[in-house]
Design a protein around this ligand. Structure first.
Ligand code: CMP
Length: 224
């Protein structure tokens, strides 16, 4: 697939014409990152924006003891690296490939030029940043206000919303879920068992299915 085809699938650029996308494609470089490779290091200076055109990456903070907190998982069409370009501060987090991933990289100057020429891109970046802030707020609320069963319930509901149905097909180990909700693998395994026994979810090797959305919502503290 050509870079223009990749760019067409990126919501950020949905208002651009074919000719504008072609111009964009000329300045975007394509890079491959194998699974587990670090794409951005926290605290490094930032001079480029990245767009995921294949694969999956995680945005993480890593503590001095090596523990990881996953702030977000990004996939096809998502972008990252905009924060350093906007405020000139170092990278706010590590970004690591969870699978072999293909990225489009835009240098700072090219990104800024595009934004100046197409204010609709700036508005879209803003919208995504607001969505990320809402998620971060919800996550802080969950950490303070919910027990682990509630946090797992909330994450599963978010993931099923994302996949548009009761089945969550995104492969997530208990270890990864633990890193997403600030808990340990053992505690997450216990919570998953409990939710299954209470017939709120079904778990197979390939997928997790939401069986009782209202029950999960009430655990997750969502008002009906
Ligand atoms: P930057 O700080 O340049 O480098 C790390 C990137 O991770 C950051 O830009 C954002 O693109 C992304 N990022 C940081 N925090 C979050 C978050 N809470 N949710 C989604 N993406 C994030």
């Amino acid at each position: 697939m050509s870079t223009v085809d990749d760019l067409k699938r990126v919501p950020l650029f949905s208002d651009l014409s074919e000719a504008e996308l072609a111009r964009f494609a000329e300045v975007a470089r394509e890079r491959e990152y194998p699974k587990n490779s670090v794409i951005l290091f926290e605290d490094d200076p930032g001079d480029a924006l990245y767009i995921v055109s294949g694969g999956q990456v995680k945005v993480v903070l890593i503590g001095e003891d090596g523990r990881e907190v996953i702030l977000s998982v990004l996939s096809d069409g998502d972008f990252f690296g905009e924060m350093s370009l906007i405020d000139d501060e170092p990278r706010s987090a590590h970004v690591i490939a969870m699978r072999d991933s293909r990225l489009l990289v835009l240098r700072r100057d090219d990104f800024q030029q595009q934004i100046q020429q197409h204010p609709s891109i700036a508005l879209k970046v803003l919208k995504v940043m607001v969505q990320r802030l809402r998620r971060a707020d919800a996550k802080i609320g969950g950490l303070v206000l919910l027990d682990v069963n509630g946090r797992v319930a909330k994450l599963l509901l978010d993931l099923s919303d994302e996949s548009g149905g009761p089945k969550i097909t995104r492969r997530l180990t208990h270890h990864t879920i633990a890193q997403m909700i600030g808990s340990s693998r053992e505690t997450v395994s216990r919570a998953m068992r409990e939710l299954t026994e209470r017939k709120l979810i079904d778990v197979t090797r390939r997928e997790i299915t939401i069986r009782d959305k209202d029950g999960l919502s009430s655990l997750a503290g969502d008002r009906a």
